[in-house]
Design a protein. Structure first.
Ligand code: HEC
Length: 157
């Protein structure tokens, strides 16, 4: 009997979870505006700059002397990241997790860590050693971007 009750409780929470997922999907379709739209554009720029850096540094194609420009944008923007996620902002269409606001210190630290990794990549591009650049590029993506996304951004399906 007890088992049965537990089983139906489990079924109810699965239903709740599925219901929640449907709601999240509906929210994802909402268009972001204001600061949310802006920060998503900044993130999209990070994505485009990362792609440009891969072409220049990893594939070894294109004007490699322009690589520092792409890294510099990330370094300059990094300290502003926490301000792009204001307390009590309208988060319509956002994929940020509540942890961004609940764990403010951790989020700031993730932005700092990202800046440090970008600075290391800038130093590597100035050094010009291909292996160093590849390692710094990988660390920026995995630990800099990924380090923050793992804890503060909804997982992509
Ligand atoms: C300090 C945290 C942090 C760092 C560092 C960070 N991101 Fe993000 N990123 C986020 C959060 C949070 C979101 C979700 C924003 C939202 O939807 O409100 C996001 C969203 C994105 C998006 C989706 C934007 C959209 O149009 O919805 C892309 C692309 C992205 N990030 C790329 C990157 C890349 C590439 C890097 C590194 C070069 C990076 N991010 C570094 C926290 C971070």
């Amino acid at each position: 009997m007890r088992k049965l009750v537990l089983a139906s409780l489990a079924a109810a929470s699965v239903a709740a979870a599925v219901g929640g997922a449907t709601l999240a999907t509906a929210q994802e379709k909402e268009k972001a505006t204001g600061i949310t739209a802006y920060r998503q554009s900044v993130m999209d720029s990070f994505g485009a700059d990362s792609k440009a850096l891969k072409t220049l540094l990893i594939d070894g194609e294109g004007p490699v002397d322009l690589a520092p420009l792409h890294v510099q944008y990330m370094i300059d923007m990094a300290p502003h990241i926490p301000d792009l996620f204001p307390e009590g902002g309208d988060n319509k269409g956002s994929h940020a997790l509540p942890a961004v606001w609940k764990d403010r210190e951790g989020f700031k630290q993730a932005a700092d860590n990202f800046k440090t990794k970008a600075e290391a990549l800038l130093a590597a591009t100035e050094g010009g050693d291909k292996k160093e650049m590849a390692m710094a590029y990988a660390a920026l993506g995995k630990e800099g971007c990924g380090g923050c996304h793992n804890d503060y951004r909804e997982k992509e399906d």
